[in-house]
Write a protein that binds this ligand. Structure first.
Ligand code: UDP
Ligand code: MG
Length: 151
């Protein structure tokens, strides 16, 4: 089994009709989707999921943003899943993000950067635990795993 990461399509991604396009980036890259849910994020959940940013000037607007509409929360699995997913997502500020990344292709402003990705394996485990029960994460083989990894 590869490592896992947590990815969340923020409310702007849902409202702009980019759910399919965003999922496609991770799916085609070769990460395996092992958990997915659509939900509203409560203020309480937002505050614990973004606890590391409490007290910063963007914290309250960030909580307002992520609670402003439905999100799609996902668990993706694969070799170096955290780093691979962060690479596909791109730099925090879409204005600086490289074209070809999600933020670099679909965003222009740091306050609306479409997608979240866990920044370490420890963060991934913590964030997955906030959104998913163990039985909501699936185990299966994708038919192209050999062709993605060479073994
Ligand atoms: N954010 C913001 N203004 C800032 C920095 C961050 O609105 O100056 C928001 C943005 O949505 C970002 C989130 O806060 O994705 C978390 O910030 P972090 O530095 O963890 O960026 P990320 O890990 O998402 O790239
Ligand atoms: Mg972060």
């Amino acid at each position: 089994m590869g490592s896992r990461t947590f990815v969340l399509i923020k409310p702007d991604g849902v409202q702009r009709g980019l759910v399919g396009a965003i999922i496609r980036r991770f799916e085609e890259r070769g990460l395996k989707l092992v958990g997915i849910q659509m939900r509203h994020v409560s203020e309480e959940l937002a505050e614990s999921y973004y606890a590391e940013h409490r007290g910063k000037d963007f914290f309250l607007p960030l909580v307002a943003y992520v609670t402003s509409g439905p999100v799609v929360a996902m668990v993706w699995e694969g070799p170096q899943a955290v780093e691979v997913a962060r690479g596909t997502i791109g730099a925090t500020d879409p204005a600086d993000a490289t074209p070809g990344t999600i933020r670099g292709d679909y965003g222009v402003d740091i306050s609306r950067n479409l997608v979240h990705g866990a920044d370490s394996e420890a963060s991934a485990r913590r964030e997955i635990g906030l959104f998913f029960r163990d039985e909501e994460i699936l185990s299966y083989t994708r038919i192209d795993e050999f062709w993605l990894r060479g073994s």
